[in-house]
Design a protein around this ligand. Structure first.
Ligand SMILES: Cc1ncc(COP(=O)(O)O)c(C=O)c1O
Length: 447
């Protein structure tokens, strides 16, 4: 039985499903299986440039969501030119051959990563596939198979990732049995702490009272099980939740104490989104395996990477994930050019600085608009609470504000009673102000 769409979504569809968009969306519905998170689609897009999408009826949309692929903005001219040249020069190599862009991307990524010269890489065509590789690497390196992840986490759609992650919709019994050994603990989530601790008055995590229960319970689980291969987590949760200071050093210590690897899934947060090139840099913890994806393909091509130390090179006789497009010269050219653009345009610093200014403006808005609560984030990954009359974050109100913002031309997500702002790192100050004005209008209507 097909679930009916919620009323807010039906209102949206009535607004958008007219004209050319309506026709294309109807054909899309007819051609694709429905699934959560994509089909039925919200709209039909004809253009994507910078921070802007344009639908087939000419409506312009600021994209503060972008599935975290659009760090360098859509359609970056340098990337377009580099890909056109690469198509003419060398469009494909079968997997058993290598090419200059593949090797150079591997070398450059390593040089900038926490693994440095001591690392090695595998490429995949998407984050989900890269996570499967990371899980296999952890198994062959440790001889163990169990993972410890967080409830409500997401690491991709393969059975390995679904079993290691904690996303309820992906773990439904209708999908069938999961891979054994995927253990879960409650996540760090200051402000909505699963252990029930509330924030301090100044908004900081209540470390003195909670004693960082989240890290202690994780350690406890590693100790009790005794044979876990790896902890897998996003270093900053892309919803977003920022861990309390000292969280990752404490987890790293626990991993070392019990011979457990640490896998950082930086698929949505890596490459500058949080104001650091690698999200692991925030707390100075060196993971054993880092996974990148999404923005690595420059918002044009699908590309992901698994980076680990050389001493993981212990299974040359097995295939860990030799995908057909593993070393595709086009996808790797996209990765190389994207890295270069991020560096040349100072996008990591831009993310850090504009993110801090945005948090300041949101704090000013919170002082005057009663429904706007605390904002938190890192770089240009920011969540802002939408409050009910009792001052508590409310998911229904956040969703209503999201639909209003969407109708005003700003695409963003609502999650756990918050609006999530995740624009390209190339966004101008003026565009950011325009977007925040829309947020204020969309949320202000709530009182
Ligand atoms: C944290 C995280 N891990 C893994 C993935 C999977 O990446 P992909 O959709 O490219 O397979 C995602 C995608 O949203 C993600 O957010």
């Amino acid at each position: 039985m097909m679930q009916p769409l919620p009323a807010t979504r039906r209102d949206w569809d009535a607004r958008v499903r007219t004209g050319d968009a309506g026709h294309l969306l109807a054909r899309d519905d007819n051609a694709f299986f429905r699934q959560s998170g994509s089909t039925p689609c919200l709209n039909a897009i004809a253009k994507a440039e910078g921070i802007w999408l344009e639908d087939v009826d000419g409506r312009r949309i600021m994209d503060f969501h972008g599935n975290s692929v659009h760090h360098i903005g859509y359609g970056h001219p340098r990337l377009k030119a580099a890909l056109k040249a690469q198509i003419d020069e060398l469009p494909f190599t079968p997997r058993r051959y290598t090419s200059e862009p593949a090797v150079e991307l591997a070398e450059r990524l390593l040089a900038r990563s926490p693994h440095g010269d001591n690392g090695k890489v595998l490429f995949a065509t998407g984050g989900s596939d890269a996570i499967e590789i990371a899980l296999k690497l952890a198994r062959v390196r440790t001889g163990r198979y169990k993972t410890l992840g967080f409830f409500d986490s997401y690491h991709g759609h393969g059975f390995g990732a679904v079993s290691a992650g904690g996303s309820g919709t992906d773990r439904s019994h209708r999908i069938g049995p999961l891979i054994p050994g995927g253990l879960l603990v409650p996540p760090f989530r200051c402000g909505a702490c699963p252990y029930g601790f509330s924030r301090r008055q100044d908004g900081e995590a209540p470390i003195e009272t909670c004693g960082m229960m989240c890290a202690r319970m994780l350690r406890h689980a590693l100790e009790c099980e005794g044979d876990i291969a790896a902890v897998i987590a996003e270093p900053i949760r892309s919803t977003p939740y920022v861990p309390p200071p000292g969280f990752w050093p404490a987890v790293r210590q626990a991993c070392d104490a019990f011979g457990v690897l640490l896998i950082f899934d930086e698929i949505p947060t890596g490459l500058g989104k949080t104001g650091r090139l690698f999200t692991s840099e925030h707390q100075g913890v060196r993971p054993d395996i880092t996974v990148l994806g999404k923005a690595l393909g420059g918002g044009m091509l699908p590309l992901a990477a698994v980076i680990a130390d050389r001493d993981f090179d212990v299974a040359p006789e097995l295939s860990l994930g030799h995908y057909t497009h593993e070393k595709n010269p086009l996808t790797t050219r996209a990765g190389l050019t994207t890295l270069q653009i991020i560096e040349d345009e100072g996008l990591v610093e831009r993310s850090r600085d504009l993110g801090a200014q945005t948090l300041e403006r949101l704090a000013e808005m919170a002082a005057t608009v009663p429904t706007i609560g605390r904002a938190e984030g890192a770089g240009l990954l920011i969540g802002v609470e939408i409050l009910d009359r009792g001052g508590c974050p409310s998911q229904p109100l956040a969703e209503r504000a999201m639909w209003r913002a969407m109708a005003l031309g700003l695409s963003l997500k609502a999650s756990a009673g918050r609006l999530v702002l995740s624009p390209p790192l190339t966004i101008t100050d003026a565009e950011m102000h325009l977007a925040l004005d829309i947020v204020e209008r969309a949320v202000g209507n709530e009182t």
